[in-house]
Design a binder for this molecule. Structure first.
Ligand SMILES: *Cc1c(COP(=O)(O)O)cnc(C)c1O
Length: 433
């Protein structure tokens, strides 16, 4: 029997059990959808704070900073919530840096990851003095040295270790195998440290590891951290000082009730404590999905039911441009009607209006019988929902709404058509390059 699993979002629901999909963070979703046209994303601030709190309590007594992976959900209101809770940011682009700073996350709580940081991005991050660069290649290390020297600043850096561990997750979100593009081998990292005296403007005194996303067992974390810990001990023995270890993100969440069994924060941190016993420097964590995925739902209405030759299609007003994960990763998301009215169930292929077959949220899914206009929830959409959204098929970016204790605030209004086409212009002024 597993103890202290992450708090299921339903547990924060103040509604009676009979209507458990009608209310979210105390807000009546049926009424909300009368005010805000579907499709739109809704996030529970209470659920996000609860997750932050769980992780923070698990980290009690450690010199630890949680750096939210901004790519999971970059909405400014979400980042402000993170800033107010003392959470920092893990960024992967200058755009994310600007968002984090804009939301009030201090530069000394911002770390920068990614294999393709451009010179401009590195320079921008140096100029605001971010906490740390997670460096992923020798070329990047040299670029960082050159740009820091030019600016007469000292860059703090960690080497991202590729521990060659199988995260046992979807191939497209696995990052810690030697065949993946991320990080460097321990052998290469060893050479960086041996030659670090040549780096006049880079303080190479950190280790970083991030093995993938939606990880549902402790084993891959344990393996990766054991490898990092062994390397840390070796470096200390060799006289190097390591002041920061970043254990990355990747904690999985429940997308499919009754099937996905996420790891508890306390157990996860237990693995970190054990693997890094004796380490007293700063610890960094980069959770994304864990903090926000289950705190978000996508509200959508049934446009129509189409009876095909082999299947019944439930056509929604939400599409792959609003939530790409099912199309991109064949990801499962629980889908439920908001109304709890008792009715027989049937099986549908649940699809969006976009003109490709990939625009499918679920195949052969059992659902209470639906009619056009019915309001549905696609659950677990708080991470990698809007952040991966597009305007494919010239569909505007959906609105985002933050919920808290029975009230709501629109934190992004739906994109206007004029905004969608704002940067476009007729081919009028032809030039030669
Ligand atoms: C994407 C990413 C994360 C967050 O991953 P989650 O699975 O959302 O926790 C953390 N660190 C790095 C370097 C990432 O690329």
């Amino acid at each position: 029997m597993r103890t202290n699993e992450p708090t299921p979002v339903a547990a924060i629901d103040s509604a009676p059990a009979t209507a458990d999909h009608r209310h979210f963070d105390g807000v009546d979703l049926e009424k909300l959808a009368q005010r805000i046209p579907t499709p739109f994303h809704a996030y529970s601030a209470t659920a996000i704070r609860q997750r932050i709190g769980e992780l923070q309590s698990a980290l009690d007594g450690l010199d630890a900073t949680i750096c939210f992976a901004v790519k999971a959900n970059p909405n400014l209101a979400i980042l402000q919530l993170m800033a107010n809770a003392g959470v920092g940011a893990d960024i992967v682009s200058i755009g994310e840096l600007r968002r984090a700073l804009h939301a009030g996350i201090p530069a000394d709580r911002i770390v920068f990851s990614g294999v393709g940081k451009s010179a401009d991005e590195i320079a921008g991050a140096l100029s605001v003095g971010i906490a740390r660069f997670n460096v992923e290649s020798l070329d990047e290390l040299h670029t960082l040295q050159r740009l820091a020297q030019a600016r007469q600043v000292i860059a703090r850096a960690a080497v991202r270790i590729n521990p060659d561990v199988d995260a046992r997750t979807h191939a497209k979100i696995s990052t810690g195998k030697s065949e993946n593009k991320f990080g460097v081998s321990i052998e290469e990292a060893r050479r960086w440290f041996a030659e670090r005296k040549q780096l006049s403007h880079v303080q190479l005194n950190g280790l970083h590891v991030h093995i993938g996303s939606q990880i549902l067992s402790l084993e891959p974390f344990r393996l990766a951290l054991q490898r990092v810990a062994a390397f840390w001990r070796e470096l200390v023995q060799a006289g190097h000082s390591i002041t920061s270890i970043d254990v990355g993100g990747g904690l999985g969440v429940c997308y499919r009730a009754g099937t996905d069994r996420p790891v508890a924060a306390a157990d996860y941190v237990g693995v970190i404590r054990t693997a890094l016993a004796g380490y007293h420097g700063r610890l960094l964590l980069e959770p994304g999905r864990y903090l926000v995925a289950e705190a978000g739902v996508l509200l959508t209405r049934v446009v129509r039911i189409k009876t095909g030759i082999e299947r019944q299609f439930l056509v929604l007003d939400a599409a792959m441009n609003d939530l790409l994960r099912p199309s991109l990763y064949d990801a499962w998301h629980d889908i439920v009607p908001v109304s709890d009215a008792a009715r027989p169930t049937t099986r549908y292929d649940i699809v969006g209006p976009v003109c490709e077959t990939g625009d499918t949220f679920a195949r052969d899914r059992e659902l209470p019988e639906c009619a056009s206009g019915d309001l549905l929830l696609i659950k677990g959409t708080g991470a990698y929902g809007t952040s991966m959204a597009s305007t494919y098929n010239s569909r505007p970016l959906a609105a985002e709404v933050l919920l808290q204790d029975g009230r709501y605030a629109v934190v992004r209004r739906r994109q206007h058509f004029e905004e969608m086409i704002a940067g476009e212009q007729p081919a009028r002024n032809w030039e030669t390059a």
